[in-house]
Design a protein around this ligand. Sequence first.
Ligand SMILES: Cc1cc2nc3c(=O)[nH]c(=O)nc-3n(C[C@H](O)[C@H](O)[C@H](O)COP(=O)(O)O)c2cc1C
Length: 215
Amino acid sequence: MPTLLQLDSSADATGSVSRAVTATFADTWTGLGDDHRIIRRDLHADPLPHLADAALHWPARLRRPGANPPAEAEALQQQIIDELISVDAVLIGAPMYNYSLPSVLKVWLDYVHVPGVTTPFVDDSQPMAGRPAVIISSRGGIYDPGSANADWDHTVPPLQIILGDALGMDVSVIKVSRTLSDVVPGLAVEAGRAAEELREGHRRAAELARTLGKP
Ligand SMILES: Cc1cc2nc3c(=O)[nH]c(=O)nc-3n(C[C@H](O)[C@H](O)[C@H](O)COP(=O)(O)O)c2cc1C
């Protein structure tokens, strides 16, 4: 039963680009067959609390003496990790907020990156190794290679490092830029490119869903 975990994090309930593209991926995924399931988590509508205690970054056996994180926070973290480990693929809508991740998405990363549980530490535990993760990165401006702000994208790199390098997942990234070309006067000349990137984002999302979801 191919199961997808879909995480959305945009605070835009009506015109979100990342939500539109994750929806294309998800619709294609479920269209592949009745056995293609989706677990949806809207991190904006139903946000996780911030990590209650730094000790939660570690499993109990690796914590410093005296560490005593709240039991309910530990239980919630376990639920989030179990949910992740139960799926075959992960889809993440990741808008750029202040050159970085929406805080609600950062919190989810804080819950799931646990050395010795989801990433190798003194052992080689890496339960998500080899499973696909698809990141939909929507951003108002321009961060193309060679452009003035090319190095300012701090949205995609942490996701690639945590999901790819740490958890060992096979990460694909779809970037849709220039989404504010209809709002920011200086970006108005980019409207054509923006529309093109959006079309291409939907096309790649559908294509990836078909490739990753096929039996
Ligand atoms: C709080 C906030 C901060 C933002 N910061 C940036 C930014 O640093 N750089 C940028 O290019 N766009 C920025 N934007 C614009 C969003 O990246 C853009 O609207 C994108 O399409 C958001 O994704 P969404 O359409 O899925 O909501 C920001 C938007 C919001 C709401």
